[in-house]
Design a protein around this ligand. Structure first.
Ligand SMILES: [Zn+2]
Length: 308
């Protein structure tokens, strides 16, 4: 018996039923610059290949200047993202903006030279002042590669600040930066490349379930943000994580989901249930339609707190 079991096990190993070791280890959070591709007349992206802690990196290239959107995790990724910017933009003036202050979007900024002008909303500056490197420390504790990438990483000071909107003329193409208020973070910033109808939506609209990552995150605000994004009528949405998509499917998907969370959470509150009971009931109602239970719970709690 034992011998035959052993034979079966070795036979399984031979035909490769057991997954190879590399498949069990998630890839490190490295921006893969050779994935660079052009998606519209003025816009190039480096896709994240849906690797955790890697952002989709964007480049908007005009006649006189270029804008880089998100840096990758830590200075080593930032340096690689900068090298691509030089290749695309030559000696043109470089601007840098981040979709929010989380480490994989922002903590490569220090690898850019002083001549690159970093643009931040005042809300993003407040996020950095309030939460600083907290999340970077969590990321660094997860793996040696994260710790190495984040070694000595710190926030870079803004060269240009704005309150709500900032129009950036790159020469032959304008990029409009907008501070969206407290959605994923308080300092969520989107970039609208009007002539190309390309929207860099940050974490405000993407394929994965929305993450209420800040104590300031508001479901009501998020729904209002989705209305503003939809009014732009984007042809292509580049979210800060995951695949890009044509049209507004990410926006309508988020609206459907958040509206249902809002209405179900409000009904639970009205029926006199406490927040934990509401999380349980609404989670059950979503069943397998919302596989990320932690993100769902975050949304339910925000909705519960905001319900009348
Ligand atoms: Zn984030």
């Amino acid at each position: 018996m034992r011998a035959s079991v052993r034979i079966i096990i070795s036979a399984l190993a031979l035909v490769g039923t057991a997954p190879p070791l590399v498949a069990q280890t998630p890839p490190g959070p490295i921006v893969k610059v050779d994935g660079l591709r052009q998606i519209s007349p003025h816009v190039h992206i480096i896709p994240d290949n849906s690797v955790p802690m890697v952002p989709n990196v964007g480049y908007v290239v005009g006649d006189r200047a270029a804008l880089v959107i998100d840096t990758g995790l830590g200075p080593r990724n930032g340096a690689a993202v900068y090298e691509v910017a030089k290749k695309l933009a030559g000696s043109k003036q470089l601007y840098l903006v981040t979709t929010h202050f989380h480490p994989e979007h922002d903590l490569g900024a220090q690898a850019f030279p002083d001549t690159t002008r970093l643009i931040r909303s005042t809300d993003q500056i407040k996020d950095i002042a309030e939460f600083g490197l907290q999340l970077a420390k969590v990321f660094a504790s997860r793996s040696p590669i994260n710790a190495e990438l984040l070694k000595d990483a710190d926030f870079r000071k803004a060269d240009i600040t704005f309150e709500r909107d900032y129009d950036l003329d790159l020469g032959g193409v304008r990029a409009k930066l907008t501070a969206m208020g407290p959605n994923h973070t308080a300092g969520d910033t989107i970039v609208w490349v009007e002539p190309d109808r390309v929207l860099f939506s940050g974490d405000v609209a993407m394929r994965a379930q929305p993450a209420f990552a800040s104590p300031h995150s508001s479901l009501r605000q998020w729904l209002a943000s989705l209305d503003r994004l939809e009014a732009l009528k984007p042809a292509i949405i580049v979210p800060s994580h995951g695949p890009t998509a044509d049209g507004t499917a990410f926006i309508t998907g988020y609206r459907t989901y958040l509206t249902e969370v809002r209405d179900r959470a409000a009904a639970e509150k009205k029926a006199g249930r406490n927040v934990d009971q509401a999380v349980e009931a609404v989670t059950a109602a979503f069943s397998d339609r919302a596989p990320d239970k932690a993100r769902l719970a975050g949304a339910i709690k925000a909705a519960y707190a905001e319900a009348q």
